[in-house]
Write a protein that binds this ligand. Structure first.
Ligand code: NDP
Ligand code: HSE
Length: 438
């Protein structure tokens, strides 16, 4: 049994410094839980002068990645630089050097996960990636462990802390989009390129990872319909409130026997639903299993210490394996590599939902009935209409809530409506409504 497990960390930014802080601050507790000491041997970053709020022992922080890779006393390499190409090289080099690897990098796993997992499998090393989804929430261990006996009926979650922070600030404080984003960046929640957060890409990366673990199927980013919050307006958020709804950026996966639906987009949910009350940087994931029923996981979805907590949990899990001399006990794909079967992902146009449609129309008689007629021609039923007081000669918003309809029908009807300048002064705003809340 090894008394000491050596750790190397590459990337000493928001998450790297959080993970290192926990490894030093809780070293004794961690050693008692693992049965061996976890010793941070080296931390590599290209910036070794910035104050990270943590005093490291002499000689730990440096810029020499090769020295870290060649250090035989390092058992586990933690990749926390972000991005794809350099991060992949670091992971593969560490695996080649026979080291176990841990990462928080969902972009890397969603795009090159299969390659990394295959390399780790060949080399007989473990891969940990708890921090890649939901920040501090233990969703990966739940899907691969605690919920593994279930067929996954659905997964619905708030998966991006930055977007949720922005939406919360816009709704509760009437803050402007750009101002809320700047706060999220200053707090260390946002990606290096915040477009990943606000365009839904980061949430789609996380949904891809979860779908692949829950259903035992490889998933590519092209499989996941992705729409972000960048076009949401304060007006739509206000209308949602008037309708008793809240707008959240949701990742949704549902099992339909032969196929799975997997999509990320702004979604209206009833304001009394648990997910509607998840505010700020918090994330939540609602899993329905065929045996367990409803399970809801909730916690901080980003930030230094919450994400560091998930990173260190992986390090401890792997350290326990190293101590016992075992590896590959839980495959990173959750299903054994040779027991996975590709499952078809449903195209978005085959999805059905209720829809919020905001049309900016000239305030003239007959306009609403023409829009209703076009929707009716495509078998889209209207559940309710909200129209502001008349303003002769001006453009006014008309909000239509539909009954359940197919995405294909709605998109076709909107193409017709948007093509008629006499009906709408700008493209109709569409927000899908999710009813399947716990
Ligand atoms: P940061 O930018 O805060 O930290 C990354 C650090 O790595 C920076 O100090 C950076 O230096 C350094 N770095 C980049 N490239 C290299 C390189 N080639 N060699 C050495 N050092 C390098 O990012 P985060 O800590 O926020 O994110 C790290 C990872 O964790 C990402 O994959 C992210 O998606 C993921 N993640 C982040 C969360 C968060 O809350 N921030 C939550 C969950 C996951 P420089 O500043 O000079 O570029
Ligand atoms: N940028 C991500 C977010 C970090 O805001 O959720 C956590 O993965």
């Amino acid at each position: 049994m090894k008394d000491e497990i050596g750790i190397g960390i590459v990337g000493f930014g928001t998450v790297g410094s959080g993970a290192a802080t926990i490894l030093f601050r809780n070293a004794e507790l961690i050693a008692r839980r693992v049965g061996s000491s976890l010793r941070v041997k080296r931390i590599v970053d290209r910036d070794v002068t910035s104050d990270r709020g943590l005093a490291l022992p002499e000689g730990v922080l440096g810029t020499d990645l090769q020295a870290l890779m060649q250090d035989a006393s390092i058992d586990i390499v933690v990749e926390l630089v972000g991005g794809c190409e350099v991060a992949k090289r670091i992971m593969l080099d560490a695996i080649d050097a026979g080291k176990h690897v841990v990462t928080a990098n969902k972009a890397l796993l969603a795009t090159h996960g299969e390659e990394v997992f295959a390399a780790a499998h060949r080399a007989g090393v473990d891969v940990g990636f708890e921090a890649s989804v939901g920040g501090g929430i233990p969703i990966i261990q739940s899907l691969t462990g605690g919920l593994a006996a279930n067929r996954c009926v659905s997964l619905v979650g708030i998966l991006n802390g930055t977007s949720n922070y922005i939406l919360t600030r816009m709704k509760c404080e009437g803050q402007d989009f750009q101002e809320a984003l700047a706060h999220a960046q200053a707090a260390g929640y946002a990606e290096a390129d915040p477009a990943f957060d606000i365009e839904g890409v980061d949430a789609a990366h996380k949904l891809a990872i979860m779908v692949s673990l829950a259903y035992g199927t490889p998933v590519t980013m092209q499989d996941i319909y992705t729409e972000g919050i960048q076009r949401l307006t304060a007006l739509d958020i206000r209308y949602a409130s008037e309708l008793g709804m809240t707008v959240k950026l949701l990742g949704v996966a549902k099992h339909h026997g032969e196929s799975i639906e997997a999509r990320v987009h702004p979604t209206m949910i009833d304001s009394t639903a648990p997910l509607a009350r998840v505010d700020g940087v918090y994330n939540a994931i609602h899993v329905v299993g065929d045996a367990v029923g409803d399970v809801m996981l909730y916690g901080q979805g980003a930030g230094s210490l919450p994400t560091g907590s998930a990173v260190v949990s992986d390090v401890m899990d792997i350290a326990r394996n190293v101590r016992q001399g075992v590896r590959g006990r839980v495959p990173p794909t959750s299903f054994h590599m040779d027991c996975r079967t590709p499952v078809r992902i449903r195209p978005m146009e085959a999805v059905t939902a209720r829809y919020y449609l905001r049309c900016m129309v000239p305030d003239q008689p007959g306009v609403l009935s023409r829009i209703a007629g076009i929707l009716g021609d495509h078998a889209i039923g209207i559940a309710s209409v909200l129209q502001q007081a008349r303003r002769e000669g001006q453009t006014v918003p008309v909000v239509i809530m539909t009954h359940r309809a197919s995405e294909r029908a709605v998109q076709t009807a909107l193409r017709t409506i948007n093509g008629l300048a006499s009906l709408v002064s700008e493209p109709v705003t569409l927000i899908r409504v999710e009813d399947q809340e716990p």
